[in-house]
Design a binder for this molecule. Sequence first.
Ligand SMILES: CCCC/C=C\CC(=O)SCCNC(=O)CCNC(=O)[C@H](O)C(C)(C)COP(=O)(O)OP(=O)(O)OC[C@H]1O[C@@H](n2cnc3c(N)ncnc32)[C@H](O)[C@@H]1OP(=O)(O)O
Length: 280
Amino acid sequence: MSSRLLSFVGRTGRRRLMSTAIKLTTVEVNDKTGIATLTMCRPPVNGQNLELLLDIKSSINEIKNNNSRGLIITSASPKVFSAGLDILEMYKPDQQRLRAVWTELQNVWCDLYGISVPTAAAINGHAPAGGCLLATACEYRVMVPNCIIGLNETQLGIIAPKWLVSGYLNILPKRVAERALTQGRLFTTDEALQEGLIDEIANSKEEAVDKCVAFIGTFAKVNPVARALTKQQFRADNLRQFHKEREQDVDDFLSLVNRPEVQKGIGIYLEGLKKKANKQ
Ligand SMILES: CCCC/C=C\CC(=O)SCCNC(=O)CCNC(=O)[C@H](O)C(C)(C)COP(=O)(O)OP(=O)(O)OC[C@H]1O[C@@H](n2cnc3c(N)ncnc32)[C@H](O)[C@@H]1OP(=O)(O)O
């Protein structure tokens, strides 16, 4: 949970500052199914700044500890699942905060990738970069039509590290993944289905969530411990490798983002996003 200082005029007429907890995610557990839905709520695009990442991590941990039967991740935004890392965190960054942002992105990924209960993403909008990362950390993906998903880091002049790519490689053939990553390709919903990057298309967020619930329901008669250990077997190598490299990875990320040519590229990219938004 992140806090924000709100200013208001009290009875004495004096302006007071109050620290108010602002939740950037919600967790709702369905009483009937026991499935938890984690919803990201950072308008307009669920840009993953430090506070959102900390909230996602704490919600995943809440779900880990509340005996939920499964986890569905989705977004409160009508058009965007998540636009990935908040680019403002990377542009002319505060070094300590940038380090914390990358560390928390790592934490969110390994918590979501490694959680034992079944996971599914109801991708109710665009999911580039860090948005795709969250979706591919899950076991199942359902997406609404006419959106984009993929790892477009090379378009920003940055390189997706191995752990970030490993979710992609769990799903896509190596050849498709290599080409998509080197091109910084964003797949449309139809292309993503064709390549196997998503499992189903749904016509609305509600339908996407229902399909995720149905996927998680397929494990109803499977022993949960056997299921969890089997999932772990498939994911343990990637997680082990990640833990070996995570500190070096933070240093690499910082030195990459701080390079003058990368800063210049991010600045131009940001400008392009702003221009596009102003035209709409
Ligand atoms: C070692 C490095 C590994 C890196 C790992 C992860 C890196 C990342 O995640 S980098 C982030 C990459 N993300 C993107 O490239 C996505 C950029 N955004 C978009 O393409 C579109 O916004 C999107 C398709 C998601 C949604 O389109 P629209 O619904 O049309 O929204 P707008 O484009 O109008 O955006 C609204 C508003 O949000 C701002 N915005 C969008 N994305 C981001 C972002 N990632 N970070 C910060 N801000 C973002 C955009 O500028 C608009 O702002 P305003 O102009 O102030 O309204």
